[in-house]
Unconditional design. Sequence first.
Length: 301
Amino acid sequence: MYAFIINYKAGSQKASSVYNYIKERHHNKISQHKTYYTQYEGHATEITKTIVNSGEVQTIIIIGGDGTVYEVFNGLKNNDIAIGLIPTGSGNDFARGCGMELNPYKQADLLFQQPESMLYWLGEYEVSGNQYVFASSIGFGFDGEVAQTVDQSSFKKWLNIFRLKQLIYVYGLIKNVFTYKPKNLSLNVDGECIKMDNTWLITVSNHPYFGGGMKIAPNAEVNDQHFTITTVSNISRMKILLLFITVFFGKHTSLKEVDCFNGSTVSISSDTPLIYQADGFTDEVDQCHIRKHLQSFCILK
């Protein structure tokens, strides 16, 4: 049986239209299904736990964006349920990282006519003794502050409606680039301690994309062994603007202030509260421990 988890407020707000399209075009494939609509932050996690506990569902279809994906994975206890995604969010980086069709109607047709499957390994992170998972990336510093600005923006909804969603990330970037204060951080990767002074960002990635199509980790690949870690430090404010122009093409890694390397376990600590983002969800932390989730999940695309 299918269960649909629908975030009708996500990104382009096409979720309800896409769901109606599926019911009309693929009704014979979903004759038995359940439908859930998210109503508030964290609701998709609660819904997913209910679905898992029922034992009736073999596949969850998410109609939403990266935030809904994040919440669903944090509600799964095991890998017995396959996950399909029809992207209707602002960024849709998880869909990009999995090589999915970004047009939600075309992706719906693929899911119900010619589905492919892939194994996917999440990242697992611990904050204040609590464990969570992320699908795409977790970022600290400037990355987190930009994501927080984007999330709190009052006109994000309208930019999505008018298909100008990329501008919201540009707004978040410009708003923070002249006010952000670089941090002194401690980074531990696979047991090696690295002192990071004047640090703008540290991003730990499962695939290349974040921020709505930016290739922050251009060589990252979905795998069960390691993350790709990207750090930016000792860089001028004007050069940060250059970095975020080139990051869409993955060319920022040629800058001497940018380092990219692989690692399986990552720990980050700060003497002051540090804003971070995990798949767009933002919060503050002073210590965070990250590793690969041991189980793989079946992703339908």
